[in-house]
Design a protein around this ligand. Structure first.
Ligand SMILES: O=P(O)(O)OC[C@H]1O[C@H](OP(=O)(O)OP(=O)(O)O)[C@H](O)[C@@H]1O
Ligand SMILES: Nc1ncnc2[nH]cnc12
Length: 263
């Protein structure tokens, strides 16, 4: 049933039996999937090695704050079976934006990540957001970082000369466009979107940024469906706040009678 969010009492933070590949993150090149092997700590919810790496007190408290924010955000996600088509477990990120406290937590978490990972000398000049859900937080993040915001839109929505890239995503095929001249040669760019699934959308957006002469610093996502290994398609550092879908648990998920918090 796709009309009701699935109960996730039996659906702990996502993972997948196939999820064995490395998960590269800026500032942490080791496995960063939210379901690392049992003997490894979960790097998406805590910077467990902060003290060993002798981080400054400010960086350590920033890492602790980030870990806390991630837990709150993870709990707000909802899942819908068979939406928009059979076999897809749809991750609904909208509850985060319905709650001003969580919305603020999201922006703060992303801002912390970018400022901690890139520092003053490598600050992004441009945040590129992908239509449509990348528009929910891309402009606000850009404002916090003192960067420009540039949209990548679905075909036929942008006026004037554009560059186009076709792509395949988890549940369909599409075209992305960006306005020519929207990014200047050599500008440092971070691409943001809500979810990376197969990586098709993000990869197409990356090719558009490079076509315009942008220097792609990396990708930032709220959520990664890591069993789909989308990050393998991307040739710049990838950061995700939360990951991923536990496909093996899909069959266990019960239909909920009403809205229910995901995790
Ligand atoms: O990694 P992929 O397999 O490419 O899938 C990820 C993309 O799919 C969704 O966009 P979609 O175009 O479905 O919807 P939206 O317009 O609601 O953002 C999502 O917001 C990502 O952009
Ligand atoms: N499973 C999924 N849930 C929400 N958005 C998506 N975009 C691609 N796959 C998705």
């Amino acid at each position: 049933m796709s009309g009701q969010p699935v109960s996730t009492a039996s659906h702990p933070p996502h993972g997948h039996p196939d999820n064995t590949g490395p998960s590269t993150q800026v500032g942490d090149k080791a496995s960063t999937a939210s379901h690392p092997p049992p003997h490894k700590p979960d790097p998406t919810v805590a910077d467990n090695n902060a003290s060993k790496r002798k981080l400054s007190p400010a960086a350590t408290s920033g890492a602790a704050e980030l870990a806390n924010l991630k837990i709150r955000l993870r709990q707000a996600l909802k899942q819908y079976k068979d939406f928009p088509s059979p076999g897809i477990l749809f991750e609904d990120i909208l509850p985060i934006f319905a709650d001003p406290g969580l919305h603020e937590a999201l922006l703060r978490a992303l801002e912390l990540h970018v400022t901690q990972s890139y520092g003053e000398s490598q600050k992004p000049d441009v945040i590129v957001g992908l239509e449509a859900r990348g528009f929910l937080f891309g402009p606000s993040l850009a404002l916090r970082l003192g960067a420009a915001f540039v949209p990548v839109r679905k075909q036929g929505k942008l006026p004037g000369p554009t560059e186009t890239a076709s792509y395949q995503k988890e549940y369909g095929k599409d075209f992305f466009q960006i306005q020519k001249g929207a990014i200047k040669n050599g500008q440092r760019v971070i691409i943001v979107d809500d979810i990376i699934a197969t990586g098709g959308s993000a990869s197409a957006a990356g090719s558009l940024v490079r076509k315009l002469g942008g220097t792609l610093l990396g990708y930032v996502f709220m959520l990664e469906l890591d069993f789909l290994k989308g990050r393998a398609k991307l040739d710049a550092p990838v950061y995700t706040l939360i990951s991923s879908q536990e496909k093996g648990k899909e069959g266990d998920a019960q239909s909920a009678e009403g809205p229910e918090s995901a995790r």
